[in-house]
Ligand binder design. Sequence first.
Ligand code: F3S
Length: 754
Amino acid sequence: MLFDFELIKSVYEKMPERVNKARNVLGKPLTLSEKILYSHLSVEEKGEKFERGVDYVNFAPDRVAMQDATAQMALLQFMNAGKPKVAVPSTVHCDHLIQASIGAEKDLADAKDQNNEVYNFLESVSNKYGIGFWKPGAGIIHQVVLENYAFPGGMMIGTDSHTVNAGGLGMVAIGVGGADAVDVMAGMPWELKMPKLIGVKLTGKLSGWVSPKDVILKVAGILTVKGGTGAIVEYFGEGADAMSCTGKGTICNMGAEIGATTSIFGYDQNMSNYLRHTGREQVADLADVVMEHLRSDEEVYQNPEKYYDQLIEINLSEIEPYINGPFTPDLAHDLSSFAKAVKENDYPQTLEVGLIGSCTNSSYEDLSRAASLAKQAKDKNLKVKAEFVVTPGSELVRYTTERDGILKEFEDIGGVIMANACGPCIGQWKRHTDDPTRKNSIITSFNRNFAKRNDGNPNTHGFVASPELVTAMAIAGDLCFNPMTDTLVNEDGVEVKLDEPTGLEFPPNGFDMKDSGYLAPQANGSEVVVDVKEDSERLQLLAPFGEWDGSDYKGLSLLIKAKGKCTTDHISMAGPWLRFRGHLDNISNNMLIGAVNYFNEETNSIFNPVSGSYDEVPATARALKAQGVGSIVVGDENYGEGSSREHAAMEPRHLGVKAVIVRSFARIHETNLKKQGVLALTFADKADYDKIQEKDQIDIIGLTDFTPGTPLTLVVTHEDGTSDSIVANHSYNNVQIEWFKAGSALNLIRKQNK
Ligand code: F3S
């Protein structure tokens, strides 16, 4: 048994009382999200009522999942928390570092070879701290979580944006940065702004070519990539209840593409069936007993307009299949109008590759429906025109679909089965093309299709659709093909039509596999030695950051005054730097190299006060640090927006940046800076941003009396000897001030654990 039965039991035991209490406090019927959130408050409810979209709340999630790219820094940090074991059940999944090239076996062997030290580190650190480890090839994090760990009414966080996939099994599941995972694994509360709620009522029934994927592709068209920001999207209605659990997972997965905090469905018979088919009868039995708490109150379903901040209604009997793209997942085209859009926008009409699978769409149902089309192509003597690539989501699905002849249907039409991993979905795809400069089209059943996402080629137009539609389009090799109305000419010169796809929700002979790829941690990992080589270029053990020395900061040098947009990508770029995610010193060589220097409007070119000439940002920071001089970064509005990656806060801390002062912060980055011990300040008067000059020396006064609500003062001395006094606001509370004094939140946790 991989799931934590006792934990789930205790969540369900406490739930009725907590839900009733919350209902009394809020004085209204509750939605499902409210039930789950209020029963996961980190401190037992004191009758507090939190305003949606306004109040920050501390939660106690039930579990943590990490993928191999983000787990590295999360676990390097956790090692410094002074804890012998993780406080909640946690898992690591090796799925992102496997490159898809020629097929599962060879690709997996190559990945093990190339990433050997990273895998060894993750395996040993998991073993030491009581974390479940899923080896490379075991599957994609979100599919494995759905099959093994997700449970209705639970709350989890994961260091990947598509953690939200577990909403398909009725869980509040949220994607976060590594530092948040460390907090939860160390037993600390986890903070989130109480989300707003968007209700999506699904009426009617899916049929024919239409699948759950088309529902989320339509929703993405309605809400756009930003429409779900700060909200949980709750799906309900007869159309929701009639949908398979894995179909619900697909919809929740792509909630990340509309910016939603997460998405969720209420517990129903299909979820119960899925739990039972995946070896979790005991969980289903428990969930059945508390079913009323795992769905919204009936009054919410009857009058949803009164309880959601926004309500959308979709009749599943009326929608068509969708194809979204290129370059953004919210550019929705229904199938009937897609060919016209291809022509009008001059999208490359020849389809070069169709790709199915990924964490979004690789259930047994998905693959069996797609295989029904592959079989038709063979039976109807159709030559498949495009390349066809399949990435199963887990070993459970791969083994079972191989046993049931489904993978053979794909191979019979020329399909290549890749490893159970992210592969082309995250750009880990060694695509074999004769001319990468050619404008070209691919279609995938994945979730994201931003430029360069799949193959790193800006000329590739990526479209997203259901696995069955991807398969039909790959057979035709033509983006203008509409399988609902058009015919194809087969090898005998005869016109043939593809019938509607058919498939099975569950394998008739049950799921099976030989080796799940799971390694349970030792009961007592205290003797386990974590494997990190001194000279590794990819991994580096973290030394704790130094404590605050008890005095005001004096004589800080301005490092960079960033102009305009400065996201976490500008602060810590991705792309080739992903390789150094586990090595703080090496990845720090990308610090702020994307930020625009206010004084010369260039990137990665700033005045280096040590050499007296222009230099790169990381080199300048290193030169100042070597002289024992602290530095300060100045930024504009919404500084640090984007992802929650903690590297954007750890790198400045590592390279001697003492403070960041901006016109305004993106909240998550501000908190990350505080956690890493960098002072996060805002100009009380935004116009003071203009007073900062290139060669300024800055003192920060007031730290010895650092208290919540009391501003600090910046004394800015300019090159000509004149100076300005600038009021700097902060949003530190008492605990966060202790983080600052200890040198980082982790240092404080470690101290407390001693
Ligand atoms: Fe992996 Fe793509 Fe999902 S990168 S986790 S398969 S979104």
